[in-house]
Design a binder for this molecule. Sequence first.
Ligand SMILES: [Zn+2]
Length: 84
Amino acid sequence: MTERREPVRMCVICRQRFAKSQLLRHVPAAEGAAGNGLEADETAVKTGRGWYVCQSPQCRERFAGMKFRRKSQKGSKNGKNKSH
Ligand SMILES: [Zn+2]
């Protein structure tokens, strides 16, 4: 009876739950890196927020097509910043 329960994570695409080992973890990619803003974290050792995608080809495809922009982008569209 040494069975250990695996942590469960949710696929960000289909929102189904899987054992963590069945999901591919992604973390924010380095600035200026190619791709959708995330990179696969195959070793799952990087800290911080992770995005998990299941092994479904559809989910992989949709995930690759998603854009993950950093929040630290400058230049808001509505320039209503008249505080004076
Ligand atoms: Zn999925």
